[in-house]
Design a protein around this ligand. Structure first.
Ligand code: G3P
Ligand code: CA
Length: 289
């Protein structure tokens, strides 16, 4: 096939994948119930950012999970929230002389020795910090969808390209997977880089740009994902009034909503997604609405 025809076909396929994204799906029908995303997995019920937490979300019937990606000293992408290993692993016991126990100062082999479950409950003793490769395989196995956060990108130069390469190698940039993937960051630069490298990927900016700034963001991000406490119905509607890089209205996924009353308020304000440690509480509140 001629290169231009290949490009046209690819564009059409990518367009289809984006159409399948939750942002447009949520607005397609009359019943506009926000998508519920299990934050760091079902993190109120299993240790955050572990395979156990996404298995738990799947068992609870949630297809969307969120995670945080960082990088080890020897260049492996791993799934963990804090820039230090101290809060969610037993690193202080295993490597007592290595304060402040930054993820970037430990090799993947060292991190693989840590227990990332006991801090949460003895039931999860022996749970590991997953590599992103292990994590993606489990998300796929569970037929889940992923809101992948590039965390602290300023600490990890080139992490956007590396993350996209891993996603591509694992088959996550094909048509079937693109509709199940959103890449987000608190760093606008990072989101812009992801969009520049792989325009087919749905992206989200974590934060609340002013209404005046929104058109600039709409050039590289498909969603604006703010803290719920920072927004109002009029802000959500201002976001929805703009089209993103895929020529669809921008979406809004709000975080972190863990109680029924706040979940109902978020739905009333018109958000497209609710990111929650207690997705079951949010689902129950929204279905009773
Ligand atoms: O996805 C939203 C949320 O994860 C952003 O905050 O600190 O939990 O990564 P944080
Ligand atoms: Ca996160």
């Amino acid at each position: 096939m001629h290169a231009r025809a290949v490009a046209a076909t690819t564009t059409a396929l990518v367009g289809t994948a984006v159409l399948l994204s939750p942002v447009s799906a949520a607005r397609a029908g009359d019943a506009v119930e926000p998508t519920v995303i299990a934050h760091r997995g079902a993190s109120a019920y299993a240790p955050e950012n572990t395979l156990a937490s996404i298995d738990r979300a799947a068992r609870m019937g949630f297809s969307w999970v969120e995670n945080d990606v960082q990088r080890t000293k020897d260049g492996e992408l791993v799934v963990i929230h804090d820039d230090s290993l101290a809060r969610t692993t037993n690193v202080e016991d295993v490597f007592p002389g290595r304060a402040p126990w930054k993820v970037k100062d430990f090799t993947a082999a060292e991190i693989a020795r840590l227990d990332a479950g006991s801090w949460f409950s003895p039931r999860y003793a022996g749970t590991r910090v997953p590599t992103l490769a292990q994590y993606m395989r489990r998300v796929d196995h569970n037929h889940e969808k992923l809101l992948l956060e590039i965390k602290n990108p300023e600490l990890y130069p080139g992490i956007e390209r590396q993350t996209l390469a891993l996603l591509g190698n694992q088959g996550w940039l094909d048509r079937r997977h693109l509709g199940r993937l959103i890449v987000q960051s608190f760093s606008a630069d990072s989101v812009r880089i992801v969009h520049g490298l792989k325009p087919c990927v749905t992206t989200a900016f974590l934060g609340r740009p002013s209404v005046v700034q929104l058109p600039g963001y709409a050039r590289f991000t498909d969603l604006i994902n703010p803290s719920f406490g920072s927004i109002s119905a009029s802000y959500v509607s201002a976001v929805h009034g703009l089209k993103g890089p895929h020529d669809k209205p921008l979406g809004v996924f709000a975080w972190t909503v863990n109680d029924a009353a706040t979940a109902r308020r978020a739905a009333d304000e018109g958000v497209d997604g609710v990111i929650s440690n207690r997705p079951d509480v949010v689902r129950a509140a929204l279905s009773a609405n």
